[in-house]
Design a protein around this ligand. Structure first.
Ligand code: EPU
Length: 408
C-alpha cells in the first residue's frame, strides 16, 4: 500500500512556532552501518535515524553476513548500498553487487569505484548485470579525477584492512567522512586527513577493527537542518531548529543572511527570527563546504518567495531540476536555462496542487511548497520522503503545520 501526505497551506502567512529537533544524518548513518562489516565485534549506534534507507542497509548487511553479495532487489533501492562493497571486499576478498539504485538525478555512473578497486589490486568482472570484484587488497595511490562522496567513502573503507598505505587524492570533504574516520580510528584503523582532499590510510593487513563497546554517534543531518531553516524563514513566527551543527550549513546561512533572514546561531541551534521581505540571491551548488546540491530544491522554493531575480547553478548532477514543472504549475516563475541552470523571479503566490516528487530531497521541497501555498496539496509516494526523513508529518505538525499521512 502506498501513502501520501496532505498539507493544508498557510498561504504565505508566518504561523509556525516552536522547536524542531534534527535527527541523525542519513548519509552518516548509512556509511557507518556499512563500515560495521569491518568489525570483529558488534558496533552500537546512537542517534540512528528511523528512516527507510537505514532499514534497507540493515537488511543488506544481514544478508551479506552469510555471503558477500548485495541482494539485487534491496541494493537497487538506494545509492548508498554501493558503500558496503568496500568493507565486504576488504574483509572477504570478494564482493558481488548489482548496479546501485537511488534517486534519479541524471547519470550516476560507478566508474570511480571500479577504477579504485582495480588500483587496490582487485579484478573486476561484469556478467548477468552483476559486478564481481575479487582480490586481496594492497595499498595504492588513487587520484580521483573529480570529487565523489560515496567513492571516497567506499575506497577509504576498502583500504582500512588492506596491506600497506593507501592515499586518496581529490577526496570529498563532507563532514560525514571525518566523523566516520574518527570512529574507525578509535577502533583500530589508521586514517589521517579525512575532511581534507588527501586521505591517507595505513592498512591493518587484515586485522579486523574492534568496537569494544564504543558507540558510533550519528552526526546531525545537515540537509534536514537546512531544509527546516528554509521552512522557518518562509513560514516561521519564532522557530528554533535544535540539535544541529550550524557550521555544517554555513554556506546556506551566508546566503540566507544576504537575502535578509534574521537568525540567532548558537553552538547547536539556529533560531530563525524571520524578517523580510526577502531579496533574491544566486546560488551555486558545490562540494562541501559549498552549498549542498541536496538543498537545491528547497532553496528554489525559498527563492520563489523572494523579491527579484535569482539563479541556481547546479554543478554536481545533470538531472536535478525535474521538480521545476510542478513549482511552475503551483504558480512559480521559473525558467530552465539549461540542464544546469534555472532562473527564478519572485515573489509569486503558490496555489495547491496534486504533487508527486521526483526524488527524496525534492520531496521535502514539495512539502515546503505545499505549506507556503494556498489550499490543500497532496504529495504522493510518501516512501520517497520516508527514505530520508524520520516521521516528518509528526515533526512538522508540532510546529503547527496541518499535515496528514493517508493510505491510498
Ligand atoms: N560520479 C561519476 N562516477 C562515479 C561516481 C560519481 O561520474 O563513479 C559523478 C556523479 O554522477 C555526480 C558526481 O560524480 O555527477 C558527484 O556525485 P557523488 O558521487 O559525490 O554523489 P554520490 O556519492 O552518489 C552523495 C549523496 C547524495 C549527494 C551527493 C553529492 C549518499 C548516499 N549520497 O551521492 O545524496 O547528493 O553525494 O553531495 O551519500 C541524498 O541523500 O538524497 C543524495 C542524493
Amino acid at each position: 500500500m502506498k501513502s501520501r501526505f496532505t498539507v493544508e497551506g498557510l498561504a504565505g502567512q508566518k504561523k509556525l512556532r516552536g522547536e524542531i529537533r534534527i535527527a541523525g544524518a542519513k548519509n552518516s548513518a548509512l556509511k557507518a552501518l556499512a563500515a560495521s562489516a569491518l568489525f570483529e565485534d558488534e558496533v552500537q549506534f546512537e542517534n540512528l535515524p528511523e528512516i527507510e534507507d537505514v532499514a534497507r542497509m540493515r537488511e543488506l548487511l544481514a544478508a551479506a553476513k552469510s555471503s558477500p553479495v548485495l541482494v539485487k532487489e534491496i541494493a537497487e533501492r538506494f545509492r548508498a548500498s554501493i558503500v558496503l562493497t568496500g568493507p565486504l571486499l576488504a574483509r572477504y576478498g570478494t564482493v558481488t553487487f548489482p548496479y546501485p539504485g537511488g534517486c534519479v538525478l541524471g547519470e550516476r555512473p560507478i566508474d570511480l569505484f571500479l577504477q579504485g578497486f582495480r588500483a587496490l589490486g582487485a579484478t573486476v568482472e561484469e556478467h548477468d548485470e552483476l559486478f564481481h570484484i575479487k582480490g586481496s587488497l594492497r595499498g595504492a595511490r588513487v587520484v580521483f579525477p573529480f570529487v565523489s562522496v560515496t567513492a571516497t567513502e567506499t575506497l577509504m573503507l576498502a583500504a582500512v584492512l588492506a596491506q600497506g598505505q593507501t592515499v586518496l587524492e581529490n577526496a570529498a570533504m563532507e563532514p560525514e567522512i571525518p566523523a566516520l574516520a574518527g570512529y574507525l580510528n578509535a577502533c583500530g584503523a589508521g586514517i589521517s586527513g579525512a575532511g581534507t582532499p588527501t586521505i591517507t590510510i595505513e592498512g591493518t593487513n587484515g586485522r579486523l577493527l574492534r568496537a569494544d563497546g564504543k558507540t558510533f554517534s550519528v552526526i546531525p543531518d545537515r540537509i534536514e537542518t537546512g531544509s527546516f531553516v528554509l521552512l522557518a524563514a518562509l513560514l516561521g513566527d519564532g522557530v528554533t531548529v535544535t540539535h544541529c551543527e550550524p557550521a555544517h550549513v554555513a554556506a546556506l546561512l551566508t546566503l540566507l543572511r544576504r537575502a535578509g533572514v534574521k537568525m540567532e546561531v548558537g553552538t547547536d541551534f539556529i533560531k530563525v527570527k524571520g524578517g523580510g521581505p526577502y531579496q533574491s540571491v544566486s546560488v551555486r551548488t558545490h562540494e562541501y563546504p559549498g552549498f549542498p546540491t541536496d538543498l537545491q530544491a528547497p532553496m528554489a522554493v525559498f527563492l520563489t518567495q523572494c523579491a527579484g531575480e535569482g539563479t541556481i547553478l547546479e554543478t554536481i548532477f545533470d538531472g536535478r531540476f525535474r521538480y521545476v514543472d510542478d513549482l511552475v504549475r503551483m504558480g512559480a516563475n521559473i525558467t530552465v536555462m539549461n540542464p544546469h541552470k534555472i532562473w527564478i523571479k519572485g515573489p509569486t503566490p503558490l496555489s495547491c496542487k496534486e504533487l508527486e516528487s521526483p526524488d527524496l530531497r525534492a520531496g521535502l521541497a514539495y512539502l515546503i511548497a505545499a505549506a507556503v501555498a494556498e489550499g490543500a496539496s497532496t504529495v504522493d509516494n510518501a516512501y520517497l520522503i520516508d527514505r530520508g526523513y524520520e516521521r516528518i508529518e509528526e515533526r512538522l505538525s508540532k510546529l503547527g503545520l496541518n499535515i496528514k499521512r493517508e493510505e491510498v
